[in-house]
Design a protein around this ligand. Structure first.
Ligand code: HGY
Ligand code: MN
Ligand code: MN
Length: 417
């Protein structure tokens, strides 16, 4: 008689508990290496051990929850997601895939399947100016000494925040300077369960998304420099208003997304102006601009068009424009073969599903880019809301996808070497 660790109740209870590890305020705010992230990390370690699993940290705080018999270096079927959140995000983004993986690893260990749960330390880029650092580290692609001096909004260095987490038991010892994070396990296949974060599944009454592509994104920070002048005495035709130029670029960004059409999207995610007073024409402004597409050529075209249009607006307004390209991610196909197999299984189990692309970025991109056969499974999101306190997926929907993943992983365990 195998113990069933994965139940609708256990999934819901552990998600509720994980959601308590957050900064005060609406929604969930759990930023990499902060006190709430550390408390969640230590809680997960305890939960895993209580389920008979070992909890192994790597050098930057990624966590593997696995059969104690699995030794470092083993090849495993990796299932998991990320522990960090955006600021005032929802209770399910990352958390669902993390808790589902914990329970799947506990349950499938009892059935002898080489399934290990991973929990990446950081995916969102919500504290330090870099994203997917967890999974890059987990895959041996990140050299900690190279990002040590990245700072958060309070000026805290990445290396210092990591060291504080390490001292609490949330990371293994640092590798020598210049060396990458040592891998703990090698993934023969990889699966991530995640909420869709969009409206597609709910709008078509489907309960499962079989994801075979993840959209790429390009991000640009724009700095505009005009002339700060007296707001009361400077005639309208004598102004070089940095914020007015920025506002026009924001609308041009939105227009580009609309013009491109789905699955292309374009967003101005942040705007600031200086000195930010009623009586001063803004002399400086900054924007955070992002474009996304599932097709690489379309993504490049969107970025080029956005840059051209921003430069034209700034030039016409006599405002200087500096564009600083930030780290992006390539549009990433996942395993078509694994998606085909999952589709056939869902059809066989009469689960209403849809094969689809992901507009959101995920840890799974890095596995697929590393050559690991990778797949994602989505659950519906109520009204498509995510990265917001109102993010919600019904407990039953979370359970259906996790129970399906259990069957899929058992089938994978039979076919991987
Ligand atoms: O930005 C994204 O798509 C992901 O939620 N980090
Ligand atoms: Mn997210
Ligand atoms: Mn996520």
């Amino acid at each position: 008689m195998t113990t069933s660790f994965l139940t609708l109740e256990s999934l819901s209870e552990k998600l509720d508990q994980l959601a308590t590890f957050s900064a005060p305020g609406p929604g969930v705010t759990r930023l990499v290496y902060d006190e709430h992230w550390c408390a969640a990390h230590l809680w997960l370690q305890r939960e895993a051990r209580a389920l008979g699993l070992a909890a192994t940290c790597d050098a930057i705080g990624n966590l593997w929850l696995h059969d104690p018999a699995l030794q470092p270096g083993a090849r495993v079927i990796a299932v998991g997601s990320h522990l960090d959140s955006v600021t005032r995000g929802g209770r399910f983004d990352g958390a669902y895939g993390t808790i589902a993986a914990l329970l799947l690893a506990a349950e499938l260990r009892a059935q002898g399947a080489p399934v290990a749960a991973f929990v990446t330390c950081e995916e969102e880029g919500s504290r330090f100016p870099m994203a997917l650092t967890g999974v890059r580290g987990l895959l041996g692609q990140l050299v900690p000494s190279e990002c040590a001096d990245k700072r958060d909004a309070n000026g805290v260095r990445w290396a210092d925040a990591l060291q504080a987490a390490r001292e609490k038991g949330c990371a293994a010892a640092a590798p020598p300077d210049g060396s990458p994070v040592p891998r703990v396990f090698t993934a023969s296949r990889q699966l991530e369960l995640h909420i869709e974060q969009g409206p597609v599944l709910e709008s078509m009454g489907a309960k499962l998304g079989v994801v075979d592509t993840i959209a790429g994104y390009r991000r640009v920070r724009a700095r505009l420099t005009g002339e700060a002048r007296h707001a009361g005495t400077t005639p309208m035709d004598r102004r070089r208003d940095a914020l007015a130029a920025a506002a026009e670029i924001v609308l041009a960004t939105e227009a580009l997304g609309i013009e491109t059409g789905a699955p292309g999207v374009a967003t101005a995610g942040g705007a600031s102006a200086e000195p930010g007073l009623y009586n001063v024409v803004p002399g400086a402004a900054a924007l955070l601009l992002e474009v996304r597409h599932t097709d690489a050529a379309s993504l490049s075209r969107m970025e080029e068009t956005l840059v051209e249009r921003a430069r034209a607006i700034a030039s016409r307004r006599g405002v200087a424009l500096e564009l600083e390209v930030q780290a992006g991610e390539a549009a990433t196909p996942l395993s078509a073969a694994l998606a085909d197999e999952a589709e056939a299984m869902a059809a066989g189990m009469a689960i209403p599903y849809r094969r689809m692309a992901s507009g959101a970025g995920h840890d799974t991109m890095a596995f697929a880019q590393d050559g690991v056969p990778a797949l994602m499974l989505f659950t519906p999101s109520r009204l498509g809301i995510s990265h917001h306190p109102d993010e919600l997926t019904k407990a039953r929907d979370l359970w259906v996808a996790a129970a399906f993943a259990r069957e899929l992983l058992l089938a994978w365990a039979k076919s991987v070497a």
